[in-house]
Design a protein around this ligand. Structure first.
Ligand code: JHZ
Length: 417
């Protein structure tokens, strides 16, 4: 399909994705950017790229922070969607622990049934299979779904909608546990998704969802996690209102450091709110996350971070140093494109996901190579785009560090480690 036609497959929303309020307050404009996960094949390096506006707004009514652009899922999650969950041992360990906790606390057994929305390559559900518990994954990305099927995780290759929830409940039955990690923010029909979850849950069932938390995003200026796949940036306050609207109650939460700071929420049909929820709601109100004033300085803080990072990179280049980057992450695309970091500054990006090798970062068109390139080319500095995995990356890169290589962390305050 020609570029212009694809770009028309996008809508600029005028009302809140959660409550429908039409008086949204813009808080940050990241300009027109390419899609963060649409890596560019080398032979298309000179062709114009698809770009879409990236404007962030706050809803004074229900407090939801959201982007205004909705790019059609067919464009966002095309056949070559490159994200495979199984590339992070830390994420795999986190998922296994999640499953073991659910099996223990809900006394799940071989009669139980678990569904995961956005089940990707089966990284989480495989753990239930190990305990003889039947599972169903739902995910629209063909590549990861094919991998899930290979390891025996039954998966429907489809977008999760309210209608699909209805069909799944009819054909497969309702679930004891519905998982959904890093998917609620990705859907454009936020209300339909929550309604769908409600349809899928047995009366005693629990939905266990993980979402990046707005509070650390704001506190640590994690603006790079803003891109078109992420429609919403959830506070506990906004989540509570959203779920209650559809007769589900977030009774408990856990806070995790994953992806820069995430919430794991436990939603059920019956209200039984624990202190973990009320404390966070109180805290968010105390810091002002529910009021527009809190967001007034955010754009200036993002620009300050950009200027500092670019200043550091320019200084290192002026001193004659070579710089590469680690992690062809979606957030890396937002960071380098908003900061105007280009191939002149960064020689290449390395990533363990071989599906990304040989491709170019969107926008900046920096080539993506296997991590061994760090030892072969020996850049002096490596800008860590996948900063959320910094501990894992340090563990893997002993040889690079031992040879005198240094890491640059971009957030919350650009610095050389
Ligand atoms: P990673 C992803 O965003 C995808 P991304 C998605 N948009 C989402 O919602 C968020 O997560 C939450 C690589 N890597 O996961 C793998 C190594 O090379 O932080 C990835 O390409 N070596 C659905 O893409 C990238 O880094 C390693 O040791 O911003 C990390 O991307 C590890 C651990 C990862 O997020």
């Amino acid at each position: 399909m020609p570029l212009q036609q694809l770009e028309s497959l996008s809508i600029t929303e005028t009302a809140c994705r959660s409550c429908g309020n039409e008086a949204l307050a813009p808080i940050l404009d990241l300009g027109r950017t390419p899609l963060a996960d649409r890596l560019v094949p080398e032979h298309k390096a000179c062709e114009p790229e698809l770009t879409f506006p990236l404007m962030v707004a706050f809803c004074p009514e229900c407090t939801l922070v959201q982007i205004l652009e909705t790019v059609s899922p067919e464009v966002l999650y095309a056949q070559d969607y490159p994200y495979f969950s199984s590339f992070s041992p830390a994420l795999l360990a986190h998922s296994t622990a999640n499953v073991l906790d659910r099996i223990g606390e809900r006394a799940l057994n071989t009669c139980s049934f678990v569904i995961e929305l956005a089940s990707n390559d089966g990284y989480l559900l495989r753990n239930y299979l190990d305990h003889g518990i039947s599972v169903l994954g739902i995910d629209p990305a063909e590549g990861p779904v094919a991998d899930a099927e290979k390891i025996g995780v039954r998966t429907l290759c489809a977008f999760f909608t309210e209608q699909l929830a209805h069909d799944v409940a009819r054909d497969f039955g309702k679930a004891d546990v519905v998982h959904g990690n890093n998917v609620l923010a990705h859907v454009s029909d936020t209300n339909g998704f929550v309604k769908g979850i409600r349809q899928l849950l047995k009366p005693s069932g629990v939905a266990v969802l993980e979402v990046p938390h707005l509070l650390p995003l704001m506190e640590h200026v994690e603006f790079d996690t803003i891109y078109h796949e992420h429609h919403c940036y959830f506070s506990m306050t906004a989540l509570d209102k959203l779920f209650r609207r559809h007769g589900l109650f977030i009774n408990r939460i856990e806070q995790w450091s994953l992806h820069g700071g995430s919430l794991r929420i436990f939603a059920e049909h019956t209200e039984n709110v624990e202190i973990s929820v009320t404390e966070l709601l109180t805290y968010e109100r105390a810091v002002g996350l529910d009021r527009i004033d809190y967001y007034h300085q955010f754009a200036a803080r993002v620009d300050e971070l950009r200027d500092k990072l670019v200043g550091l990179i320019r200084q290192l280049k002026a001193e004659g140093h070579s710089i590469a980057a680690y992690g062809a992450a979606a957030k890396g695309a937002t960071l380098i494109n908003y900061c105007g970091i280009d191939h002149e500054m960064i020689d290449f990006v390395v990533d363990r996901n071989e599906n990304k090798h040989g491709l170019l970062m969107p926008g900046a068109k920096i080539p993506i190579l296997a991590p061994k390139a760090l030892l072969e080319a020996r850049p002096d500095y490596v800008l860590v785009l996948a900063w959320n995995f910094i501990d894992e990356i340090i563990d893997q890169q002993h040889d690079f560090l031992a040879a005198g290589g240094k890491f640059i962390l971009p957030v919350p305050d650009p610095r050389v480690l």
